[in-house]
Ligand binder design. Structure first.
Ligand code: HEM
Length: 337
């Protein structure tokens, strides 16, 4: 097949998948920018891009493009090395016009891949993947701002991200214009223009990413994403679908309370309910009573499941309130929205 057998075909595939990835990175960068100006809206976007069929389909297409891009990059690199044979060990003087990034696209790709693995473990695995696999932790998968909190409160995260961004800048800056060359748009008028466009495009995208990493780190240090009142109200509502799933027809009363009560009132109420359920279940008399009743065993098991649920919710409220007193005087770096 021409696309995989010929060098031109392979370069064409690299250009096509590369163009798609440039668009994805640009879109992703714009989406993240929402978290700077309006964190509540960012979480709504995360919810929309959760385990819904359209988001899963988009993620699957993205994964295929990334894998093809990597596979063809390896093929082209191996092919180039074979073509150069023993010469690749000879000391060669590279022409001045050959950019550093063009010589190092493969190495830059590996640095990006390493960043990428860390990034997917920190976010995607705990959000979309956890939602599909049913392995959610204390934090609801749609609470994107809390995953920002978790990731950017680690000292090494901004460092790893900045290294990743620098590699992406070089890779994208070169890849952007050279993909036009690969599809045959190789003329002396347009290539210099495309080089300028690609430099501007990559620089704007990467500067935005850097700004995001700085803002997220400052906010995470101040526990802003845990403490902001508007976000707290949004987080408590994120528990509603979870309650509906686990409580079945009994859910309505609980979900009403979650929707109506402000966070400060709901939090102690949930913790109290969790404690009460625990005490009830640990009472040997209550257990004996349920076992003596017809259908009592099933009812007891149902109560156990509900107690687990209350315990999980109480754990979430505890997590959000962890540092409340310690940093009561810290002003958030964001306006409340
Ligand atoms: C400050 C920088 C970044 C932040 C805060 C960030 C945040 C996120 C979040 C929250 C998700 C999970 C979305 C979900 O599953 O609903 C995600 C997924 C992802 N991110 Fe990033 N990201 C950043 C930079 C990047 C960069 C530079 C790249 C590309 C090189 C990238 C590639 C991806 C990919 C491929 C996914 C999986 C998307 C999917 O499966 O739909 N991210 N990111």
């Amino acid at each position: 097949m021409w696309l995989s057998n010929s060098s031109v075909g392979r370069k064409f595939v690299m250009a096509l998948t590369g163009a798609f990835l440039v668009l994805f990175v640009t879109f992703h960068c714009l989406m993240n920018s929402i978290a700077i100006v309006w964190p509540v809206a960012y979480n709504s976007v995360c919810e929309f891009l959760g385990a819904n069929w359209y988001a899963l389909a988009a993620s699957a297409v993205l994964a295929v493009f990334i894998l093809i891009h990597i596979f063809y990059a390896v093929m082209l690199t191996v092919q180039n090395r074979r073509a150069r044979g023993a010469d690749r060990y000879a000391v060669v003087r590279k022409p001045k016009t050959v950019e550093w990034s063009s010589q190092n696209m493969f190495v830059l790709g590996i640095v990006i891949l390493a960043f990428f693995v860390v990034h997917l473990i920190q976010f995607w695995a705990k959000m979309q993947l956890a939602e599909i696999a049913g392995t959610e932790g204390v934090i609801p998968p749609a609470a994107g701002t809390l995953f920002l909190q978790e990731a950017f409160s680690l000292i090494w995260t901004p460092i790893v991200y900045i290294i990743g961004f620098i590699a992406i800048w070089f890779h994208m800056n070169h890849g952007f214009w050279s993909m036009f060359q690969s599809i045959g748009w190789d003329n002396t008028v347009w290539i210099p223009r495309l080089k300028k466009i690609s430099c501007w495009w990559s620089t704007i995208v990467i500067l935005l990413f850097v700004a995001q990493a700085i803002v997220f780190t400052i906010n995470a240090k101040n526990d802003f994403y845990k403490k902001n009142p508007a976000l707290r109200d949004q987080y408590k509502e994120m528990l509603v679908p979870m309650i509906e799933k686990d409580f079945g027809p009994d859910a309505i009363q609980v979900t009403q309370a979650f929707k109506m009560m402000p966070f400060e009132q709901l939090s102690p109420a949930v913790k109290q309910q969790s404690e009460q359920m625990k005490q009830q279940l640990n009472d040997p008399q209550a257990k004996a009573y349920f076992e003596s009743q017809p259908g009592g065993k099933e009812q007891f098991e149902k109560m156990q499941k509900q107690a687990e649920m209350w315990n999980k919710m109480a754990g979430f409220f505890n997590y959000l309130e962890e540092g409340d007193e310690a940093s009561a005087n810290v002003m958030p770096a964001q306006p409340n929205r």
